[in-house]
Design a protein around this ligand. Sequence first.
Ligand code: FMN
Length: 161
Amino acid sequence: VREQVEKRPGVETELVDVREIPLPPDDAGESTKDPRFSGIALRADALVLVVPEYNHGYPGSLKKLLDTNLKEYVHKAVGVCGVSAGPWGGARAIENLLPVLRELGLVTIFWDGNFPHARKLFDEAGRILDAGYERRIDRFLNELIWMARVLRYGREQVPLQ
Ligand SMILES: Cc1cc2nc3c(=O)[nH]c(=O)nc-3n(C[C@H](O)[C@H](O)[C@H](O)COP(=O)(O)O)c2cc1C
């Protein structure tokens, strides 16, 4: 997904691995902000979340990281890619995540990325083995970038009521 985003002219991207962000086990929310992640969230016009499905939900570590910011997300676009061992490509994790993203002020798009049967779909180096996925991710990114541009225009040009 990152490779596909990087091919887009005019789009800068930064990869955040949830595991690299230090989060305290005994606190949550905005008081636990990591400056690097908050800086990225603030600068971003859009987020792409790549989410493994765990017992039909999303990982708690992702929720804990998302919960550390709020105003940084408001009126920005978000798209979600699900990854799963089973056949549904994380669809249930994505559906479960949508109300959380809405509460954070993010604007969800109506395309998802779905990567089912992850063990067979990727090789040992993490490269995708089915080129057909590029077209789907292209459409997902078309929609995400359009929404990101619309929302950026809105944040900059349309006064709040
Ligand atoms: C605790 C746990 C629960 C999982 N639950 C599901 C599931 O409900 N459905 C599914 O298709 N895959 C499930 N998987 C497989 C993961 O989605 C798959 O391993 C993941 O996409 C790859 O990410 P990982 O490297 O974090 O395991 C589960 C894996 C773990 C570790």
